[in-house]
Design a protein around this ligand. Structure first.
Ligand SMILES: Nc1ncnc2c1ncn2[C@@H]1O[C@H](COP(=O)(O)OP(=O)(O)OP(=O)(O)O)[C@@H](O)[C@H]1O
Length: 844
């Protein structure tokens, strides 16, 4: 027994050391470049193919082939990725999320290129470099880790690397060539990827898909190490490797048997799930950047598309069968328009929902249920699964969200689609009436048209505006009253249902369940496709599905992946394709600097005040708050930041109806912290926030907005892709009060935004105009209390004076106004009460 334990431990160490190698490569690249390279495994796969090409195909000696592969090809590939993909993105001022999309593009491009060059079949003759001696592998890993540690600790390059990692702009100012550091990071990362690839290739099937995904699973060890600690990554990799090997001894009887074995064989996937869904998220809190400007599709485009989609009705045989994949895939891609295009959420697990839809339909029809009801039950079940899996993901952003959705996709693929107990003997027979391919294609088209109409209506209406607001500026959307968590969940649920429906229709067209069709790599390809075509466009799914099916129907697979991948790596240079058709100008596009309205001067802010007793009063058009205005109070509020900094120390303050209350103080005095506690973005450790006697301390931000407490932001929080009118409308619609239309009109009029500017997208309008848009949005919800965080920031003197008049008038009209402001002139002119803060306290 002891010897079996020893043998299994050795086997586990071999797997663990390969995983540790990946962890080292991922962490070093991330530290040097800020990029978590999802394509690490694809680089590993390409290097394994290259070594095989040298040694098996061309007959080179193994040593020479390995040296050229590891010391020339792999670092060279890393440098090419740096120069051709990631540096241009950094120079274009790209955000981490776009960089993430580029790394997905590299993944898809390399997988596609490998399929084109070497075919999609698995090779079992990859050369063996170190043998299966785990000690040799372990020694190689430890040697490499020591080398990395020594270089980073003691060499000049190491000092530069640490400086760049700590603060890149500061390092550059200090004369460090950050590009050189990044290039070295890419070259080293690619070298470790290459080493992993050539070590693993003989023991796993070498094909374009398997190895890259295997390496994706191992990202768990880098996440567990918080993308920082090499010893933790190596320890986690070895521990999981050994535990996975030891689990092969378990053979429980009964229903748990296959499940335990599946877990045992996929412990890295379990670790990825835990790392992505349970551990705190890694990476910056970015979302996809919003599209710049919404454009209308020219009227001629849709009829042309309709005719093209009707053409296959005249086809027969294999052409028709191939065409039948297009509407099904278009529905799957449409799910990404909802989640990614409109909702701005990264979704890398859609293949799982598509596959589950197909699988459940197959199981139900296999049990004798008719196809229609089976499809319906399958879609509803997949929607529920979407809710379940999205729940842990919805509080994550950017990289963390990408990993969470990817982990779900990989887990479903490994634990469901790859398991014989789930997919054995599954066939999907169409009903008699739809046995004819042409009839089935017609039904698919009808379903696709219905889905397009549904998503189109969703995008145009109140939910579509709220989703766009969420995508454009999440805190701003929350402040406007959008229930962010619920809306994200709804987007993921609708997305899962659409993906499930498309997946089921695709499987029904084939008459079989093909697990390869729902491989997690597909999900990456679909995501990249919808992003490069234009994520917030109804045309993209149609174009994307036609492109992917047509290209992959050719003699060699991989052409579609290569093309889409290439485009996804070039988002800094190539705009989304549907832009040429005049549809929604979608992401990606650089956010433009604020620029004046071409030709049209910004309308003058409305000093529409005046009235009895010399007190300013806004025009009768102001959206009226509910009366009488309740009183907002902070009572003994204490707030402590996670690092232990005391933000607020027993602060009590009252925001009184009909008065302007100002809070002033030096930088770091605690003004923004107080603001956050009142608005609901920060939860106090002690004390209460009270509205008209009711404790609202635990109410989230959007719910406080619905109670009548509106806020503005220090940094502008408008929704750039929406028009001025829609920005304001979101505030009116989400406040939960009736009469959104008239409230929008009144707010637009009050702030002089009811002219031609109302139809302009907020992107690119001058700061002064955007401040008014933000205030109009806040007032459109008919609040009784207005919290303003440095409202004069970025305004010129005239604009600040106009703002002061409006605020005074609003207070005169009964509103409770709190202003946190540096501009003491503004405060002196309008405030009835001024509090001074210092060191987290209100001075007596
Ligand atoms: N996220 C954070 N983590 C840790 N400490 C923080 C954080 N945000 C603020 N602080 C600290 O809390 C204290 C209060 O900061 P706060 O931002 O509320 O001040 P402020 O008066 O609004 O300053 P400013 O005018 O510069 O915005 C400061 O000491 C600040 O350094």
């Amino acid at each position: 027994m002891a010897s079996l334990t020893y043998e299994l431990t050795l086997a586990g160490l071999a797997v663990g050391s390969a995983a540790a190698l990946t962890g080292i490569g991922l962490i070093v690249t991330y530290r040097a470049t800020g990029v978590l390279n999802l394509a690490h495994g694809a680089v590993a796969m390409v290097c394994a193919y290259v070594l095989r090409q040298f040694v098996v195909e061309w007959g080179w000696p193994l040593g020479l082939g390995a040296a050229v592969t590891l010391l020339v090809v792999a670092p060279g590939l890393g440098l090419v990725l740096d120069v051709a993909v990631f540096r241009p993105l950094a120079l274009a001022g790209s955000d981490p999320t776009r960089t993430l999309v580029a790394s997905i593009g590299v993944f898809v491009l390399l997988v596609g290129a490998a399929a084109l060059l070497w075919g999609t079949g698995a090779r079992d003759d990859a050369p063996v470099l170190l043998g299966d001696d785990p000690w040799a592998q372990l020694a190689a890993v430890l040697l490499l880790a020591c080398l990395v540690a020594a270089v980073t600790r003691w060499s000049r390059f190491g000092r530069e690397l640490r400086a760049v990692v700590d603060n890149r702009p500061l390092a550059v100012l200090g004369g460090i060539d950050a590009d050189r550091v990044a290039s070295a990071g890419w070259a080293f990362g690619a070298f470790t990827a290459g080493l992993t690839g050539v070590l693993l290739a003989p023991y796993v099937r070498l094909d374009p898909y398997g190895l890259p995904l295997l390496v994706v699973e191992v990202i768990a060890v880098a996440v567990a190490a918080r993308m920082r600690s090499l010893p933790v990554a190596i320890g986690a990799a070895l521990a999981i490797g050994v535990a996975q090997a030891q689990m092969t001894r378990l053979h429980p009887e009964g229903w748990a048997g296959p499940l335990v074995q599946a877990v045992g064989a996929n412990l890295f996937v379990v670790a990825l799930l835990v790392a992505a869904l349970v551990l705190p998220g890694v990476g910056a809190k970015d979302s996809l950047p919003p599209p710049e400007v919404a454009r209308r599709t020219p009227p001629g485009v849709w009829p042309v598309v309709a005719v093209l989609f009707l053409l296959p009705l005249g086809f027969a045989g294999s052409d028709l069968r191939t065409s039948m994949q297009i509407p099904a895939l278009a529905i799957v891609l449409l799910s990404l328009v909802v989640v990614t295009g409109r909702g701005g959420q990264i979704a890398l697990g859609q293949a799982a929902y598509a596959g589950l839809g197909a699988l459940l339909t197959g199981v139900l029809t296999g049990m004798g249920r008719p196809v229609g009801p089976a499809l319906l039950v399958a879609v509803v079940t997949v929607a529920a699964a979407g809710a379940l899996t999205a729940w842990p993901a919805i509080r994550r952003h950017g990289l963390a969200l990408a990993l969470a959705t990817l982990a779900v996709g990989v887990a479903v693929s490994r634990f469901v689609f790859a398991q014989p107990y789930a997919t054995a003997d599954l066939s999907l027979a169409r009903p008699e009436a739809l046995a004819d391919d042409r009839a089935y294609y017609a039904v698919e088209l009808a379903v696709l048209a219905a889905c397009l109409a549904l998503v189109g209506a969703l995008r145009r209406g109140r939910t579509g505006r709220a989703l766009a607001a969420l995508r454009d500026h999440e805190p701003g959307a929350e402040a406007a009253g959008v229930p962010v968590a619920r809306l994200k969940l709804a987007a993921f649920v609708v997305g899962a249902a659409l993906a499930g429906l498309g997946g089921a229709l695709g499987a029904l067209s084939l008459g079989a369940f093909d697990p390869e069709a729902y491989d997690p790599v597909r999900a990456l390809l679909w995501f990249a496709a919808i992003v490069v075509l234009g994520a917030d466009s109804l045309l993209s799914p149609l174009l994307g599905a036609a492109l992917l099916v047509a290209l992959d129907a050719g003699p060699r697979g991989g052409a579609a992946a290569a093309l889409i991948g290439l485009l996804a790596t070039q988002t800094a240079r190539v705009p989304p394709l549907t832009r040429w058709l005049g549809t929604d100008m979608p992401w990606p596009g650089r956010r433009r600097e604020a620029e004046p309205l071409g030709g049209e001067p910004p309308p003058a802010p409305p000093p529409r005040t005046g009235g009895a007793g010399g007190r300013p009063r806004p025009a009768a058009g102001r959206p009226r708050p509910h009366a009488p205005a309740p009183r907002l109070q902070a009572v003994g509020v204490v707030y402590v930041y996670p690092g232990g900094v005391l933000g607020l120390d027993r602060v009590s303050v009252e925001v009184t109806p009909g008065r302007v209350t100002a809070v002033v103080g030096a930088n770091g005095a605690g003004k923004s912290t107080l603001f956050g506690c009142l608005a609901g973005n920060l939860r106090p450790r002690a004390g209460r926030v009270v509205l008209d006697g009711v404790d609202i301390t635990r109410r989230p931000a959007h719910s406080r907005t619905r109670l009548g407490i509106a806020r503005s932001f220090q940094q502008l929080a408008v929704f750039p892709s929406l028009s001025v009118e829609d920005n304001v409308r979101v505030g009116a619609e989400q406040s939960g009060r009736a009469g959104a239309g008239s409230a929008t009109e009144q707010a637009l009029r009050l702030f002089g935004l009811d002219g031609a500017v109302r139809r302009r997208p907020a992107a690119g309008l001058p700061t002064g105009t955007l401040r008014r848009v933000e205030l109009a949005r806040a007032l459109a919800g008919r609040p009784h209390t207005l919290l303003l965080d440095e409202p004069a920031a970025g305004l010129d003197t005239a604009e600040a004076a106009d703002l002061a008049r409006v605020l005074a008038a609003l207070a005169a009209d009964g509103l409770a106004v709190l202003v946190v402001e540096h501009d003491l002139d503004l405060v002196a002119g309008i405030a009835h009460t001024v509090h001074t803060m210092e060191g987290g306290r209100i001075l007596p």
